[in-house]
Design a protein around this ligand. Structure first.
Ligand SMILES: NC(=O)c1ccc[n+]([C@@H]2O[C@H](COP(=O)([O-])OP(=O)(O)OC[C@H]3O[C@@H](n4cnc5c(N)ncnc54)[C@H](O)[C@@H]3O)[C@@H](O)[C@H]2O)c1
Length: 333
């Protein structure tokens, strides 16, 4: 079986190479796309991170492909219907960063609630004035967690540690979870109305695309913080920018934004004639959002801790080895 890893840095390459000693394995730093698909034309298995967009056009160029092992929890960068059509299995890493991402969500919350970035930038300019840097306590405030999955549960645990009350929304209610993790289920509407901090932990699926939009933002407290460590597409960038500019929201902590792939790979946009204008607009709006004074942004690093990366690679290696042994694991489609 030929295996090709894309989006691999030097450190991971060494680690992965040692796990697949004796096998036919290739490593590429770049994302996989229709333009460089020839590199994987003989591959039975490919492994990608989230910046390789896997669609029908690309799959048509990979005739031998049997498995896509994404080194991520989310798999919205992979067209599952196209994979089914080409009889290709897809596996992910369901849990590697559940505490890691939740901890990062709190890093963003604390940055906003205590004006860390603003204070730091001032101090770097030799300005030690504290006027305008008054923060607020998390203790006693209401945390709204949207999506009570692996990451959402960890976010709830941390919020409890801060002495926050927790409301959570999820289409699936499990009464036992409420007791175990000390929170109350609420409708999305109630959660948005009552929360001082709203943290998103849902997958990007059609039902969650722009879940936070003009209408839902209007329900939130004008002082509330919105935290997004899920996927950029869950929040309508334009509506968020508008809410912040009109003082209808207290702040936003974003690890993900719409068009982040294009921001990372500006060159790719220029090659992508058809989608060019739409994507460029998305990128420009997102960039404008990042420059907003009430926004704290990190470039999709919520998962990026030493421990999480180790778990990520270990599960991917297991997924690939198990597939080869015909005992596939973590199959999503
Ligand atoms: N920023 C990062 O580095 C990073 C890292 C890992 C995961 N993520 C993102 O975080 C997301 C959540 O990860 P997870 O491991 O907790 O996933 P999970 O599948 O364990 O949990 C997702 C939860 O969202 C719920 N949900 C689905 N639709 C909903 C809706 N409309 N309203 C409320 N809840 C809804 C599901 O029922 C589920 O309980 C992933 O899909 C991924 O996109 C980001």
């Amino acid at each position: 079986m030929e295996i090709a890893f894309f989006e691999v840095n030097d450190r991971d390459k060494v680690e992965l190479a040692s796990k697949f000693k004796g096998r036919n394995v290739a490593f590429y730093k770049e994302t996989l796309s229709a333009q460089n698909a020839a590199k994987a034309k003989n591959s039975d298995i490919i492994s990608v991170f989230i910046y390789s967009k896997i669609d029908n056009t690309l799959l048509a160029k990979l005739p031998k492909l049997k498995l896509i092992a994404t080194r991520s929890t989310g798999y919205d960068h992979i067209d599952l219907n196209a994979c089914k059509k080409h009889r290709i299995k897809v596996c992910n890493v369901p849990t590697y960063g559940e505490n890691t991402v939740a901890e990062h969500a709190f890093a963003l919350i604390m940055d906003l609630s205590r004006n860390i970035r603003k204070a730091y930038l001032r101090a770097m300019g030799d300005d030690f004035e504290i006027q305008g840097l008054k923060g607020f306590d998390l203790k006693g405030k209401t945390m709204g967690v949207i999506g009570v999955g692996n990451i959402g549960k960890n976010t709830i645990k941390i919020a409890n540690g801060f002495g926050m009350k927790v409301l959570a929304s999820d289409p699936h209610h499990h009464k036992t979870l409420e007791k175990k993790f000390h929170f109350k289920y609420a409708s999305l509407k109630e959660l948005l109305k009552k929360s001082d901090v709203v943290s998103l932990h849902v997958p990007l699926i059609p039902a969650t695309k722009h879940l936070i939009n003009k209408k839902t933002l209007a329900l939130m407290k004008p002082t509330a913080l919105l935290i997004n460590t899920s996927r950029g597409g869950v929040v309508d960038t334009d509506a968020l920018l508008h809410a912040l500019e009109k003082n209808k929201l207290g702040g936003a902590g974003l690890d993900v934004i719409e068009g982040e792939k294009e921001i990372k790979e500006e060159l790719e946009i220029l090659r992508d004639e058809g989608e060019h204008i739409k994507k460029l607009r998305e990128v420009m709006e997102s960039l404008e959002l990042l420059r907003n004074d009430k926004v704290v942004f990190t470039p999709h690093i919520a998962f990026y801790s030493a421990e999480a990366l180790e778990r990520l690679l270990d599960t991917t290696v297991d997924n690939i080895k198990n597939f080869i042994k015909k005992k596939p694991t973590c199959i999503v489609s």
